[in-house]
Design a protein around this ligand. Structure first.
Ligand code: ATP
Ligand code: MG
Length: 361
Protein backbone atom coordinates (compact mmCIF):
# COMPACT_ATOMS: atom_id res chain seq x y z
CA UNK A 1 0.00 0.00 0.00
CA UNK A 2 1.19 3.49 -0.90
CA UNK A 3 2.19 5.24 2.30
CA UNK A 4 0.23 8.49 2.32
CA UNK A 5 0.94 9.35 5.94
CA UNK A 6 1.33 13.13 6.22
CA UNK A 7 1.73 13.61 2.48
CA UNK A 8 -0.13 15.91 0.15
CA UNK A 9 -2.63 14.20 -2.09
CA UNK A 10 -1.93 15.60 -5.57
CA UNK A 11 -5.40 14.76 -6.92
CA UNK A 12 -7.17 16.49 -4.06
CA UNK A 13 -4.75 19.43 -4.35
CA UNK A 14 -5.50 19.82 -8.07
CA UNK A 15 -9.29 19.73 -7.53
CA UNK A 16 -9.00 22.41 -4.86
CA UNK A 17 -6.73 24.53 -7.05
CA UNK A 18 -9.21 24.29 -9.93
CA UNK A 19 -12.13 25.36 -7.73
CA UNK A 20 -10.33 28.33 -6.13
CA UNK A 21 -8.73 29.44 -9.40
CA UNK A 22 -12.06 29.32 -11.27
CA UNK A 23 -13.72 31.32 -8.48
CA UNK A 24 -11.04 34.04 -8.45
CA UNK A 25 -9.99 33.90 -12.04
CA UNK A 26 -6.38 33.83 -10.75
CA UNK A 27 -3.66 31.23 -10.76
CA UNK A 28 -3.25 28.96 -7.74
CA UNK A 29 -0.26 26.68 -7.02
CA UNK A 30 0.41 24.08 -4.39
CA UNK A 31 4.04 23.18 -3.65
CA UNK A 32 5.33 20.16 -1.82
CA UNK A 33 7.87 20.34 1.02
CA UNK A 34 10.75 20.83 -1.45
CA UNK A 35 9.04 23.61 -3.40
CA UNK A 36 8.02 21.47 -6.39
CA UNK A 37 4.64 22.47 -7.81
CA UNK A 38 2.30 19.47 -7.45
CA UNK A 39 -0.93 21.21 -8.46
CA UNK A 40 -1.45 24.32 -10.52
CA UNK A 41 -4.17 25.97 -12.52
CA UNK A 42 -1.50 26.38 -15.23
CA UNK A 43 -0.92 22.70 -15.91
CA UNK A 44 2.47 23.36 -17.55
CA UNK A 45 3.84 24.54 -14.18
CA UNK A 46 3.24 21.17 -12.51
CA UNK A 47 6.59 19.54 -11.73
CA UNK A 48 8.51 22.82 -11.89
CA UNK A 49 10.28 24.27 -8.86
CA UNK A 50 8.74 27.40 -7.35
CA UNK A 51 11.97 29.26 -6.65
CA UNK A 52 11.04 31.57 -3.80
CA UNK A 53 8.92 28.88 -2.13
CA UNK A 54 11.74 26.33 -2.45
CA UNK A 55 14.28 28.78 -1.02
CA UNK A 56 12.13 29.43 2.05
CA UNK A 57 11.34 25.78 2.59
CA UNK A 58 15.03 24.88 2.31
CA UNK A 59 15.93 27.58 4.82
CA UNK A 60 13.30 26.15 7.18
CA UNK A 61 11.29 29.37 7.19
CA UNK A 62 7.68 28.65 8.03
CA UNK A 63 5.61 31.71 7.52
CA UNK A 64 3.13 33.31 5.22
CA UNK A 65 4.72 35.56 2.62
CA UNK A 66 3.54 38.00 0.04
CA UNK A 67 5.25 38.60 -3.29
CA UNK A 68 4.58 42.20 -4.30
CA UNK A 69 4.23 43.65 -7.77
CA UNK A 70 7.76 45.12 -7.45
CA UNK A 71 9.29 41.81 -6.33
CA UNK A 72 7.55 40.06 -9.22
CA UNK A 73 9.74 42.09 -11.58
CA UNK A 74 13.08 40.82 -10.30
CA UNK A 75 12.10 37.27 -9.20
CA UNK A 76 12.09 35.19 -12.38
CA UNK A 77 9.00 33.05 -12.86
CA UNK A 78 7.36 34.27 -9.65
CA UNK A 79 4.05 36.08 -9.71
CA UNK A 80 2.56 38.60 -7.34
CA UNK A 81 0.50 36.76 -4.75
CA UNK A 82 -0.02 35.47 -1.24
CA UNK A 83 1.57 32.22 0.02
CA UNK A 84 0.59 30.19 3.08
CA UNK A 85 2.45 27.20 4.57
CA UNK A 86 0.57 23.91 4.85
CA UNK A 87 1.18 22.33 8.27
CA UNK A 88 0.90 18.78 9.50
CA UNK A 89 1.92 17.77 13.03
CA UNK A 90 4.06 20.92 13.46
CA UNK A 91 5.83 20.24 10.20
CA UNK A 92 5.62 22.32 7.03
CA UNK A 93 4.67 19.90 4.29
CA UNK A 94 4.08 22.40 1.52
CA UNK A 95 2.90 25.86 0.49
CA UNK A 96 -0.19 27.13 -1.28
CA UNK A 97 0.03 30.29 -3.31
CA UNK A 98 -2.77 32.39 -4.79
CA UNK A 99 -1.77 35.08 -7.32
CA UNK A 100 -3.16 38.60 -7.18
CA UNK A 101 -3.13 41.49 -4.75
CA UNK A 102 -2.81 40.77 -1.03
CA UNK A 103 -6.31 41.80 -0.05
CA UNK A 104 -7.97 39.39 -2.41
CA UNK A 105 -5.44 36.52 -2.36
CA UNK A 106 -4.70 36.29 1.40
CA UNK A 107 -8.08 34.95 2.71
CA UNK A 108 -8.40 32.46 -0.12
CA UNK A 109 -4.84 31.19 0.31
CA UNK A 110 -5.41 30.71 4.05
CA UNK A 111 -8.76 28.98 3.54
CA UNK A 112 -7.32 26.68 0.87
CA UNK A 113 -4.34 25.82 3.14
CA UNK A 114 -6.71 24.79 5.93
CA UNK A 115 -8.66 22.62 3.47
CA UNK A 116 -5.48 20.85 2.36
CA UNK A 117 -4.42 20.35 6.00
CA UNK A 118 -7.81 18.83 6.83
CA UNK A 119 -7.48 16.49 3.89
CA UNK A 120 -3.94 15.41 4.87
CA UNK A 121 -5.10 14.84 8.41
CA UNK A 122 -8.05 12.71 7.41
CA UNK A 123 -5.83 10.68 5.05
CA UNK A 124 -3.32 10.15 7.86
CA UNK A 125 -6.11 9.05 10.18
CA UNK A 126 -7.33 6.58 7.61
CA UNK A 127 -3.78 5.33 7.02
CA UNK A 128 -3.34 4.82 10.76
CA UNK A 129 -6.57 2.83 10.94
CA UNK A 130 -5.61 0.70 7.96
CA UNK A 131 -2.20 0.01 9.53
CA UNK A 132 -3.74 -0.88 12.88
CA UNK A 133 -6.13 -3.21 11.11
CA UNK A 134 -3.28 -4.83 9.18
CA UNK A 135 -1.30 -5.34 12.39
CA UNK A 136 -4.34 -6.85 14.06
CA UNK A 137 -4.88 -9.16 11.12
CA UNK A 138 -1.22 -10.27 11.22
CA UNK A 139 -1.47 -10.90 14.95
CA UNK A 140 -4.69 -12.83 14.49
CA UNK A 141 -3.06 -15.07 11.92
CA UNK A 142 -0.04 -15.66 14.22
CA UNK A 143 -2.39 -16.62 17.06
CA UNK A 144 -4.46 -18.84 14.83
CA UNK A 145 -1.34 -20.59 13.59
CA UNK A 146 -0.23 -21.13 17.15
CA UNK A 147 -3.61 -22.47 18.25
CA UNK A 148 -3.75 -24.88 15.32
CA UNK A 149 -0.18 -26.06 15.98
CA UNK A 150 -0.84 -26.62 19.69
CA UNK A 151 -4.12 -28.40 18.92
CA UNK A 152 -2.40 -30.68 16.40
CA UNK A 153 0.44 -31.46 18.81
CA UNK A 154 -2.05 -32.28 21.54
CA UNK A 155 -4.09 -34.49 19.22
CA UNK A 156 -0.92 -36.25 18.13
CA UNK A 157 0.11 -36.87 21.74
CA UNK A 158 -3.33 -38.20 22.77
CA UNK A 159 -3.59 -40.30 19.62
CA UNK A 160 -0.14 -41.87 20.21
CA UNK A 161 -1.01 -42.54 23.81
CA UNK A 162 -4.33 -44.18 22.85
CA UNK A 163 -2.53 -46.18 20.21
CA UNK A 164 0.55 -47.21 22.15
CA UNK A 165 -0.76 -47.44 25.72
CA UNK A 166 -4.51 -47.93 25.83
CA UNK A 167 -4.71 -50.20 22.78
CA UNK A 168 -1.81 -52.34 24.03
CA UNK A 169 -3.43 -52.76 27.44
CA UNK A 170 -6.78 -53.66 25.88
CA UNK A 171 -5.05 -56.17 23.60
CA UNK A 172 -3.39 -57.78 26.65
CA UNK A 173 -6.79 -57.93 28.37
CA UNK A 174 -8.35 -59.58 25.29
CA UNK A 175 -5.56 -62.16 25.08
CA UNK A 176 -5.75 -62.81 28.85
CA UNK A 177 -9.52 -63.25 28.73
CA UNK A 178 -9.23 -65.71 25.84
CA UNK A 179 -6.66 -67.75 27.71
CA UNK A 180 -8.79 -67.62 30.84
CA UNK A 181 -11.82 -68.80 28.87
CA UNK A 182 -9.83 -71.80 27.68
CA UNK A 183 -8.89 -72.71 31.25
CA UNK A 184 -12.27 -72.57 32.97
CA UNK A 185 -14.39 -75.70 33.06
CA UNK A 186 -17.91 -74.38 33.48
CA UNK A 187 -19.49 -73.40 30.17
CA UNK A 188 -21.44 -70.67 31.99
CA UNK A 189 -18.21 -69.02 33.21
CA UNK A 190 -16.67 -69.46 29.78
CA UNK A 191 -19.56 -67.62 28.19
CA UNK A 192 -19.29 -64.76 30.71
CA UNK A 193 -15.56 -64.40 30.03
CA UNK A 194 -16.05 -64.46 26.26
CA UNK A 195 -18.73 -61.77 26.57
CA UNK A 196 -16.23 -59.63 28.47
CA UNK A 197 -13.67 -60.31 25.79
CA UNK A 198 -16.12 -59.20 23.08
CA UNK A 199 -16.77 -55.99 25.01
CA UNK A 200 -13.01 -55.39 25.22
CA UNK A 201 -12.74 -55.99 21.44
CA UNK A 202 -15.49 -53.43 20.72
CA UNK A 203 -13.81 -50.96 23.07
CA UNK A 204 -10.47 -51.53 21.33
CA UNK A 205 -12.10 -50.79 17.97
CA UNK A 206 -13.68 -47.62 19.35
CA UNK A 207 -10.36 -46.48 20.83
CA UNK A 208 -8.63 -47.18 17.53
CA UNK A 209 -11.28 -45.16 15.67
CA UNK A 210 -10.85 -42.20 18.04
CA UNK A 211 -7.06 -42.38 17.73
CA UNK A 212 -7.27 -42.35 13.92
CA UNK A 213 -9.76 -39.46 13.90
CA UNK A 214 -7.54 -37.48 16.25
CA UNK A 215 -4.38 -38.02 14.26
CA UNK A 216 -3.71 -41.03 12.09
CA UNK A 217 -0.31 -42.55 12.71
CA UNK A 218 -0.20 -43.14 8.97
CA UNK A 219 -0.14 -39.42 8.27
CA UNK A 220 3.09 -38.92 10.17
CA UNK A 221 4.65 -42.21 9.17
CA UNK A 222 3.68 -42.62 5.53
CA UNK A 223 2.33 -39.23 4.52
CA UNK A 224 -0.77 -37.56 3.13
CA UNK A 225 -1.44 -39.83 0.17
CA UNK A 226 -1.43 -43.05 2.22
CA UNK A 227 -3.39 -41.51 5.10
CA UNK A 228 -6.00 -39.93 2.82
CA UNK A 229 -6.51 -43.18 0.90
CA UNK A 230 -7.00 -45.10 4.13
CA UNK A 231 -9.40 -42.48 5.48
CA UNK A 232 -11.48 -42.57 2.30
CA UNK A 233 -11.51 -46.37 2.29
CA UNK A 234 -12.83 -46.51 5.88
CA UNK A 235 -15.31 -43.72 5.14
CA UNK A 236 -16.75 -45.53 2.10
CA UNK A 237 -17.14 -48.70 4.16
CA UNK A 238 -18.72 -46.92 7.10
CA UNK A 239 -21.25 -44.81 5.18
CA UNK A 240 -21.82 -46.85 2.03
CA UNK A 241 -21.13 -43.89 -0.27
CA UNK A 242 -19.57 -44.67 -3.63
CA UNK A 243 -16.15 -42.99 -3.76
CA UNK A 244 -14.07 -42.14 -6.84
CA UNK A 245 -10.47 -41.35 -6.10
CA UNK A 246 -7.89 -39.77 -8.35
CA UNK A 247 -4.47 -39.39 -6.81
CA UNK A 248 -2.92 -40.46 -10.10
CA UNK A 249 0.07 -38.18 -10.33
CA UNK A 250 1.15 -38.63 -6.73
CA UNK A 251 2.93 -41.70 -5.51
CA UNK A 252 4.14 -41.69 -1.93
CA UNK A 253 5.60 -38.24 -2.24
CA UNK A 254 5.93 -36.34 1.05
CA UNK A 255 5.15 -32.67 1.58
CA UNK A 256 5.78 -30.35 4.49
CA UNK A 257 3.91 -31.32 7.70
CA UNK A 258 1.87 -28.08 7.52
CA UNK A 259 0.62 -28.87 4.04
CA UNK A 260 -0.06 -32.51 4.81
CA UNK A 261 -2.05 -31.80 7.95
CA UNK A 262 -3.93 -28.90 6.30
CA UNK A 263 -5.10 -31.02 3.38
CA UNK A 264 -5.88 -33.98 5.61
CA UNK A 265 -8.05 -31.86 7.94
CA UNK A 266 -9.83 -30.28 4.97
CA UNK A 267 -10.57 -33.68 3.50
CA UNK A 268 -11.87 -34.83 6.88
CA UNK A 269 -14.17 -31.80 7.26
CA UNK A 270 -15.37 -31.99 3.64
CA UNK A 271 -16.27 -35.68 3.96
CA UNK A 272 -17.86 -35.09 7.37
CA UNK A 273 -20.00 -32.32 5.88
CA UNK A 274 -21.10 -34.65 3.10
CA UNK A 275 -22.30 -37.23 5.64
CA UNK A 276 -23.93 -34.58 7.82
CA UNK A 277 -25.60 -32.43 5.18
CA UNK A 278 -25.38 -33.64 1.58
CA UNK A 279 -27.33 -36.94 1.32
CA UNK A 280 -24.95 -37.76 -1.51
CA UNK A 281 -24.59 -41.15 -3.15
CA UNK A 282 -21.36 -40.40 -4.99
CA UNK A 283 -18.25 -38.47 -4.05
CA UNK A 284 -15.12 -37.73 -6.10
CA UNK A 285 -11.87 -36.84 -4.40
CA UNK A 286 -8.86 -35.82 -6.42
CA UNK A 287 -5.47 -34.77 -5.18
CA UNK A 288 -2.93 -33.79 -7.78
CA UNK A 289 0.26 -31.87 -8.21
CA UNK A 290 0.34 -29.29 -10.96
CA UNK A 291 3.47 -27.20 -11.41
CA UNK A 292 4.36 -26.06 -7.93
CA UNK A 293 0.91 -26.54 -6.47
CA UNK A 294 -1.07 -29.24 -4.75
CA UNK A 295 -4.72 -29.26 -5.74
CA UNK A 296 -7.46 -30.97 -3.77
CA UNK A 297 -10.98 -31.25 -5.16
CA UNK A 298 -13.95 -32.86 -3.41
CA UNK A 299 -17.22 -33.10 -5.36
CA UNK A 300 -20.46 -34.60 -4.16
CA UNK A 301 -23.79 -35.19 -5.92
CA UNK A 302 -25.84 -34.25 -2.86
CA UNK A 303 -28.52 -31.66 -2.10
CA UNK A 304 -26.16 -28.66 -2.28
CA UNK A 305 -26.64 -25.41 -0.41
CA UNK A 306 -26.70 -21.66 -0.86
CA UNK A 307 -23.12 -20.57 -0.20
CA UNK A 308 -24.09 -16.89 0.09
CA UNK A 309 -26.46 -17.59 2.98
CA UNK A 310 -23.82 -19.67 4.78
CA UNK A 311 -21.16 -16.98 4.17
CA UNK A 312 -23.37 -14.24 5.55
CA UNK A 313 -24.66 -16.14 8.54
CA UNK A 314 -22.08 -15.58 11.21
CA UNK A 315 -23.09 -18.57 13.22
CA UNK A 316 -20.72 -19.69 15.93
CA UNK A 317 -21.78 -23.27 15.44
CA UNK A 318 -20.92 -23.56 11.74
CA UNK A 319 -17.17 -23.30 11.82
CA UNK A 320 -16.22 -26.04 9.39
CA UNK A 321 -16.13 -24.06 6.16
CA UNK A 322 -14.70 -20.99 7.88
CA UNK A 323 -11.98 -23.13 9.47
CA UNK A 324 -11.06 -24.70 6.14
CA UNK A 325 -10.56 -21.25 4.61
CA UNK A 326 -8.47 -20.10 7.57
CA UNK A 327 -6.24 -23.17 7.48
CA UNK A 328 -5.64 -22.76 3.75
CA UNK A 329 -4.80 -19.06 4.19
CA UNK A 330 -2.14 -19.96 6.75
CA UNK A 331 -0.27 -21.98 4.12
CA UNK A 332 -0.81 -19.22 1.54
CA UNK A 333 -3.26 -21.22 -0.54
CA UNK A 334 -6.68 -20.52 -2.01
CA UNK A 335 -9.97 -22.08 -1.00
CA UNK A 336 -13.23 -22.10 -2.94
CA UNK A 337 -16.53 -23.78 -2.43
CA UNK A 338 -19.20 -23.88 -5.14
CA UNK A 339 -22.65 -25.16 -4.48
CA UNK A 340 -26.29 -24.63 -5.38
CA UNK A 341 -29.48 -26.21 -4.12
CA UNK A 342 -29.99 -29.52 -5.90
CA UNK A 343 -26.67 -29.35 -7.71
CA UNK A 344 -24.18 -30.87 -5.31
CA UNK A 345 -21.10 -29.24 -3.85
CA UNK A 346 -17.60 -28.70 -5.22
CA UNK A 347 -14.73 -27.83 -2.99
CA UNK A 348 -11.45 -26.63 -4.48
CA UNK A 349 -8.18 -26.05 -2.63
CA UNK A 350 -4.90 -24.96 -4.13
CA UNK A 351 -1.73 -24.82 -2.04
CA UNK A 352 1.60 -23.59 -3.33
CA UNK A 353 4.48 -25.92 -2.51
CA UNK A 354 6.70 -22.88 -2.26
CA UNK A 355 5.26 -20.11 -0.11
CA UNK A 356 5.87 -16.37 -0.22
CA UNK A 357 9.48 -15.25 0.25
CA UNK A 358 10.46 -18.50 -1.46
CA UNK A 359 9.88 -20.36 1.78
CA UNK A 360 9.70 -24.09 1.14
CA UNK A 361 6.52 -25.22 2.87
N1 ATP B 1 -21.37 -30.94 1.14
C1 ATP B 1 -22.41 -30.23 1.57
N2 ATP B 1 -23.65 -30.45 1.09
C2 ATP B 1 -24.71 -29.73 1.51
N3 ATP B 1 -24.63 -28.74 2.41
C3 ATP B 1 -23.43 -28.47 2.94
C4 ATP B 1 -22.26 -29.18 2.56
N4 ATP B 1 -21.20 -28.67 3.24
C5 ATP B 1 -21.69 -27.69 4.00
N5 ATP B 1 -23.02 -27.55 3.84
C6 ATP B 1 -23.89 -26.53 4.43
O1 ATP B 1 -23.06 -25.48 4.91
C7 ATP B 1 -23.25 -25.25 6.29
C8 ATP B 1 -21.96 -24.86 6.94
O2 ATP B 1 -21.03 -25.92 6.97
P1 ATP B 1 -19.93 -25.95 8.10
O3 ATP B 1 -19.07 -27.10 7.88
O4 ATP B 1 -19.32 -24.59 8.13
O5 ATP B 1 -20.78 -26.09 9.43
P2 ATP B 1 -21.46 -27.38 10.06
O6 ATP B 1 -21.01 -28.61 9.34
O7 ATP B 1 -22.94 -27.13 10.10
O8 ATP B 1 -20.92 -27.35 11.54
P3 ATP B 1 -19.40 -27.67 12.00
O9 ATP B 1 -18.93 -26.40 12.66
O10 ATP B 1 -19.54 -28.80 12.94
O11 ATP B 1 -18.60 -28.01 10.79
C9 ATP B 1 -23.83 -26.55 6.82
O12 ATP B 1 -24.61 -26.34 7.96
C10 ATP B 1 -24.65 -27.02 5.64
O13 ATP B 1 -25.91 -26.38 5.63
MG1 MG C 1 -18.97 -28.95 9.04
Amino acid sequence: MNNAYGRLDAKFAQSLVDIVAAELNKNVNILDDRGVIIASFSRERIGQVHESGARMLKAGIIKEFYVSKEEERYLSGIRQGFNVPIMFENRCIGVIGVTGNQEMAEPYARLAARFVEANVQSNAQQEKLVRALQEKEELRSVFLNKIITIQEEERKRISRELHDETSQSLTSIIVGLRMLAEQVQSSEDKEKILKMRDLAVTTLEAVHHIAVELRPVLLDDLGLVAAAKKYIENYAKQYGISMHIDFSNLSRERFSPEIEITLYRILQEALTNIVKHAQATEVCVSLNKRQDKLILMVHDNGVGFNTEIVKNTHSHTCLGIYGMGERVALVEGTFNIKSAIGQGTKLFVEIPLRGKNNRVL
